[in-house]
Design a protein around this ligand. Structure first.
Ligand SMILES: [Zn+2]
Ligand SMILES: [Zn+2]
Ligand SMILES: [Zn+2]
Length: 227
């Protein structure tokens, strides 16, 4: 059986400068070593480390939101499969790593760019890097709390218990310094839960209806351009 040399494109977004950093990973990463993909700004890098039995490959990916690495162990077959594979931040569910054929990686990176611009708009920040606090561990709401709230929001959304001025019916959650923001990606109306503990999340469990307020005129507008 003749095996074709395999390779896959990988990308991540530098938490410091926001650049999408690309690399090519071959099947023959030295068993002992690791590959390092560095951002040209020098402030971040993704590490790619094969497991000793070479069945899996570990990706240490810098996260734009958490300001720390997330670790993903991905089966070799998936890494070198011919499909796009996304590595998600476990706290915010945003994609932090992209694997697959170059065109698909490009497309996913470009889509994320738009998504991030929306998020920046929703949180009222000018630059992407302002989305993540410097000292993430101390400031970010507990991931478990976020998961609970995200789950409840999805349930409430399904039951039509969340309303906003535009009535879009689809809502998102995101973490901010001050808690968890539930917002409408269409009109930008939002509600902030100062959620830093499980008891905060439990309080939210008893919330029956949620009315999002204060829509932004054009939440996604940056630099005065109309989308
Ligand atoms: Zn950079
Ligand atoms: Zn993260
Ligand atoms: Zn809305």
């Amino acid at each position: 059986m003749v095996l074709k040399p395999k390779e896959t494109h990988v990308a991540y977004r530098c938490p410091d400068c926001g650049t999408a950093v690309y690399g090519l990973v071959g099947d023959f990463i030295p068993a002992s070593g690791m590959l390092r993909l560095k951002c040209p700004c020098g402030k971040s890098r993704m590490q790619i480390i094969p497991s000793p039995d070479r069945e899996k490959i570990r990706f240490d990916v810098p996260c734009l939101f958490c300001r720390q690495d997330h670790h993903f162990s991905v089966s070799r077959n998936v890494v070198f499969g011919d499909r796009l594979f996304l590595l998600n931040c476990p706290y915010t569910n945003m994609d932090v790593g992209f694997l697959g054929p170059r065109e698909e990686v490009d497309r996913a990176v470009a889509e994320q760019e738009k998504e991030l611009a929306k998020l920046a708009g929703a949180f009222g920040v000018k630059r992407l890097r302002d989305l993540s606090p410097e000292e993430s561990e101390e400031i970010l709401p507990d991931a478990q709390v976020h998961d609970v709230i995200r789950f409840i929001v999805k349930e409430m959304e399904a039951d039509g218990e969340i309303t906003c001025p535009c009535g879009s019916g689809t809502y998102e959650t995101g973490m901010t310094e001050n808690g968890i923001l539930v917002y409408c990606p269409v009109c930008g109306a939002s509600h902030l839960f100062p959620a830093n503990s499980v008891s905060d999340a439990e309080r939210f469990l008893h919330c029956e209806r949620l009315e999002l307020t204060n829509p932004r005129k054009s939440p996604w507008k940056e630099g005065g351009q109309t989308p």
